[in-house]
Design a protein around this ligand. Sequence first.
Ligand SMILES: NC(=O)c1ccc[n+]([C@@H]2O[C@H](COP(=O)([O-])OP(=O)(O)OC[C@H]3O[C@@H](n4cnc5c(N)ncnc54)[C@H](OP(=O)(O)O)[C@@H]3O)[C@@H](O)[C@H]2O)c1
Length: 223
Amino acid sequence: MSKTVLITGTSKGIGLALAKTFLSHDFEVIGTCRSGIIKELDHPHFKAWSLDLSNTDSIKNFDKYFQDNGTQLDMVINNAGIGPDLDCDLPEENSFKQTFDVNVTGTTFFTEQICKHVKTGGKIVNISSRMGSIDRCELADSVAYRMSKAALNMYTKILTNRLSGTHSVASVHPGWVRTTISKSNVNGRLSPEESAQRIYDFVVSDFRSGIFWNAETQEECNW
Ligand SMILES: NC(=O)c1ccc[n+]([C@@H]2O[C@H](COP(=O)([O-])OP(=O)(O)OC[C@H]3O[C@@H](n4cnc5c(N)ncnc54)[C@H](OP(=O)(O)O)[C@@H]3O)[C@@H](O)[C@H]2O)c1
């Protein structure tokens, strides 16, 4: 029987490439974006669902998916994320709040809600960033983005502890990828497809729960 993966933020960038990669490996894929319409993923094993992580009602509404389908998940990849202050020197209040609403609050409460639908032995992977590494922080830009990914990493650790023995949990840095998350990403070292393949290889591996993995260099990341 094919496995089911839920991936957030599959309308573009790394999430879109991840959905295509999992579909090419015969997974059932549930993908999300705010509109719930993803024309590039017209595939019999793909289902799109609307999810706005900055909106509590939208998160609650996602439970309907499981009520209607009785689906059990093998894997969840929390990929959706934003970086409106990437490359900015100083924090700005609105973009700071927006960043935390999506990358931290929304991702946390979405995960809390769907955890019960992940099978025993299942995996929860948070797409974080090396920019959220406290050990490696040597610059002063992108304050909200860096802080949000550091907070997400802490959530990875907390979930690892709570789900010890039943589920595997990890944070993954996808590499510097050519997406539209910020202007400078046009210079990224990896295409979304290259990043997605490396993330896929990690997610389907027998990884150690609680790890922070750098998919670009394929080695463990410092927290
Ligand atoms: N690109 C990089 O070099 C890089 C490096 C390190 C980490 N990352 C992380 O990798 C992940 C994917 O990044 P990306 O570069 O692929 O970004 P992207 O191309 O901008 O795609 C972001 C995805 O998130 C969705 N999204 C945005 N706001 C949302 C919201 N409020 N609620 C739900 N979904 C929302 C978008 O869908 P809609 O706008 O259609 O709703 C889109 O599908 C992010 O978590 C990012 O922080 C990226």
